[in-house]
Design a binder for this molecule. Structure first.
Ligand SMILES: *Cc1c(COP(=O)(O)O)cnc(C)c1O
Length: 482
């Protein structure tokens, strides 16, 4: 990926790959879209893929593979134990992270399960920059507690801080003092902080956290699931990283940690996961859990074909032009939205573009589920599937009251290497159109509300006939276009 200047003066992200295998998409007419979202209970998780034009739900397990990855899958060594494929992956991880041991798992949360089983006990505290849903679930399941120590700027959606995923070092010192180092089995750093909009952490901040942790003998662990984008941002935004290659930055980051785990559904352009670790004793403890929960040590629940693809994908992750693609598309979206007055999380992060639904729909309150309503509107306006990240994703209190989420976001994920710029432009155009007609967008209410993880399976209905009026307006404005 390269950022090029057009003769017109426009700056455009240019794909440094060509498409050689394609999947046909369909774009249904607006009235069909309006019907399908109603049938899906106004929940984008319940839409069928065949009814979707641009699937921007997530970046997990949907990144495009390269010709080299596909070729490598053909030479996968299919054996239960001692597979050559495993040794190639282990060697590649050793090469980029410099850690001695590697344990394979079937995906990221499986690595979190093994780590939590190894280190978390009732009463232990895990300080971190910010939580991720599955991470927190494993820690609390075992009686541990999470403390989030992100810098204050991290939670201000429009703040321009270049590293909003940084740890507040004073909060960290205070947290350790209050809880006692002996009650902290590890400190967790999440690269490319997912739930605050794919915002990065700086190398300088990681080094400072590492110093504090290691002076007190506390293990420092990284969730590297979104490290790819974070490496790109270090290279772009941190002066000392400008002259370094992505491979050098990766090693400088890894050198600060005792353990690195990842979801290969994002990191490595594949599907799988794993844990890299320096300490032999802890490795041996976890080895037993891997064989119980995941599979034998030379596959850990992954298919050997995926493991070959990850090995090549990790090499591609060390290529500056390749890792630039996601962030540069996202930055393009963010810039276009800002130009057109659409409120978004800034600066542009990794993973996706996050539209601020609370500001987009000021006439709705949190209990009208503005982010979910905007997700439905985006589907009606363009066959675009995004993900609600707001009040609907929260759980009710035991007494039935519903806490309002701190932020109401519509996440438009940008799977790596998947979309072309004209598709991205279409998505931008339809969201800008929605913004011009934002007063037409109304709220949603539950008709079926599951008790747990209600955002996955819950069904809702519009609180008025606003979706019909939105489709009518679309028909009027785009009489000759899908
Ligand atoms: C996706 C993700 C996970 C979980 O990985 P899965 O492969 O989906 O189980 C953990 N941490 C972060 C930061 C993630 O983005």
């Amino acid at each position: 990926m390269a950022q090029v200047q057009f003769f017109s003066g426009e700056s455009v992200p240019l794909e440094m790959h060509k498409v050689r295998v394609v999947q046909k998409l369909s774009l249904l007419p607006v009235w069909e879209r309006q019907k399908r979202i109603a049938e899906a209970g106004n929940n984008t998780f319940l839409l069928k893929n065949r009814d979707i034009f641009l699937d921007m739900l997530t970046d997990s397990g949907v990144n495009a593979m390269s010709d080299r990855q596909m070729a490598a899958m053909m030479i996968a060594d299919d054996s239960y134990a001692g597979s050559e494929t495993f040794f190639r992956l282990e060697q590649k991880l050793h090469e980029i992270f410099g850690m001695d041991y590697f344990l394979p798992t079937h995906q990221g949360r499986a690595a979190e399960n093994i780590l939590a089983e190894t280190y978390v006990r009732p009463g232990t505290v895990i300080p971190m920059n910010f939580h991720f849903t599955t991470t927190k679930a494993h820690i609390t399941r075992l009686g541990g507690r999470v403390e989030e120590l992100i810098i204050d700027e991290g939670l201000i959606t429009s703040h321009s801080h270049p590293f909003k995923g940084n740890v507040d070092l004073n909060k960290l010192r205070e947290c350790i003092e209050r809880n006692g180092a002996e009650n902290i089995p590890f400190i967790r750093i999440e690269a490319g902080t997912n739930l605050i909009g794919g915002q990065p952490i700086s190398l300088e901040n990681i080094e400072a956290v590492s110093k504090i942790a290691h002076e007190l003998g506390i293990i420092l662990l990284m969730d590297a699931s979104l490290l790819q984008d974070n490496l790109f941002f270090m290279h772009e935004r941190e002066p000392r990283c400008k002259g370094m290659s992505i491979r050098q930055i990766t090693r400088a980051v890894a050198d600060q940690f005792d353990i690195i785990y990842f979801s290969a559904r994002k990191f490595g352009f594949g599907r799988g996961g794993g844990i890299c670790i320096r300490n032999r004793k802890d490795y041996e403890k976890m080895r037993e859990l891997v064989t119980v929960f995941e599979g034998f040590l030379t596959y850990g629940g992954m298919s050997v074909r995926e493991m070959e693809a990850i090995t090549v994908g990790l090499d591609e992750t060390m290529d500056e032009q390749i890792v630039a693609q996601g962030p540069q598309f996202i930055e393009f979206m963010v810039n276009e939205f800002i130009k057109n007055g659409v409120p978004v999380v800034t600066p542009a992060g990794g993973l996706g573009c996050h539209v601020n639904a609370r500001e987009f729909l000021p006439h709705l309150n949190s209990h009208d589920y503005p982010a979910a309503a905007l997700a439905c509107a985006a589907y009606i306006a363009g066959g675009i599937r995004g993900m609600e990240r707001g009040t609907l994703s929260e759980q009710r209190e035991p007494d039935g009251t519903e806490p309002a989420a701190a932020v109401e976001l519509l996440r438009l994920a940008v799977p790596r290497r998947v979309f072309t710029l004209s598709q991205i432009k279409y998505a931008i155009d339809r969201i800008v159109w929605l913004h011009r007609h934002r007063e037409l967008i109304g709220g949603l209410r539950f008709i079926e509300e599951p008790r747990v993880l209600r955002f996955f399976f819950g069904k809702l209905e519009p609180t008025s006939d606003w979706q019909l009026r939105l489709a009518e307006q679309y028909d009027k404005d785009f009489p000759n276009s899908l």
